[in-house]
Design a binder for this molecule. Sequence first.
Ligand SMILES: NC(=O)c1ccc[n+]([C@@H]2O[C@H](COP(=O)([O-])OP(=O)(O)OC[C@H]3O[C@@H](n4cnc5c(N)ncnc54)[C@H](OP(=O)(O)O)[C@@H]3O)[C@@H](O)[C@H]2O)c1
Length: 313
Amino acid sequence: MHVLVTGGTGHIGSYVIPELIAAGHEVTGLARSDESAAAVSALGAKVRRGDVSELDGLKAAAAESDGVIHLAHRQDLLLSGGIDAVAAAEVQIMLAYGEALAGTGKPLVAAGSMGSPGWENLGRPATEEDPALPGGDKYKGTLRVRNVVEIAVVGLADRGVRSSIVRIPPIAHSDTDKAGFLPLLIGLAKEKGAIGYPGDGANLWPAVHCRDLASLFRLALEKGPAGKSWHGIEGEGIRFREIAEAIGSRLGLPAVSIPADVLMLPGYFGFLANLVTLDLPASNLITRQTLGWRPAQPSLLTDLHNGHYFPAG
Ligand SMILES: NC(=O)c1ccc[n+]([C@@H]2O[C@H](COP(=O)([O-])OP(=O)(O)OC[C@H]3O[C@@H](n4cnc5c(N)ncnc54)[C@H](OP(=O)(O)O)[C@@H]3O)[C@@H](O)[C@H]2O)c1
């Protein structure tokens, strides 16, 4: 299959492109700069110059492909227009793909996020069939954007696109993770001399290794039915306290509980306070059963113990 990949130079995309090529696909990576073009090329893909904000070019690139994996994200709009501007731009991108691919049955697989308003009250792990909801103003920003985009992507199934979403957990780990949530937590722990966790730290965070995530994007592209959401998670979730303790033990720092009433005050977690309290128990059963996906890479705690997140010096 000739696959168009956007965001191929990013943390996750740099695993997706080699995964596709190893499976025999021909990959074209969208690149908006010379630097990105060189990175896409170094991964073994053909380069198509363009920016996801240029919708005509994006439509042409999608129409010339046999399928699309969308990992780019209009984060650049965050400062100027806030999260709603990001959401609006991302939905326009999905609708552009829809125009290019309508009636073809070609696959479009886009990045989504684990978590939706209401999931916290389910009383059971969230499944792939639990819908993404747009969420109100109170809901945590990034997830709100993702849910709006997810609804747009899944809706393209009604227009003859084999569209699906891979819901990605807050932690996508790998030995090339430089800007994800783990490096942020590790940096914060070093700065504060301790690693905090909220309350009793029993809240569950799902995670996944980027190589496993890459194989899930490939499987969804190759054989995923239309209009579905997949859970790219290695298990039902890891207690936040265990993550904090694993980081603390590598750094030789204590893991400490931050009481709920202190958590939201300016202090330890800062802008991360909303995120660290997330409790997202979730299941990947439907994903494994339908696509035959088998996470095979080191788990989050194993990856932390492997040490590459803690280079000497
Ligand atoms: N835990 C997680 O990491 C997580 C969780 C949920 C969802 N996601 C989503 O999964 C996707 C991939 O995540 P990631 O961590 O791999 O992202 P990343 O490392 O930040 O990479 C972002 C990619 O998007 C490209 N990009 C950004 N703006 C673009 C534009 N205007 N035109 C063309 N390309 C553009 C960047 O290209 P350049 O090389 O040109 O900068 C880069 O390749 C993102 O949509 C992210 O929001 C991630």
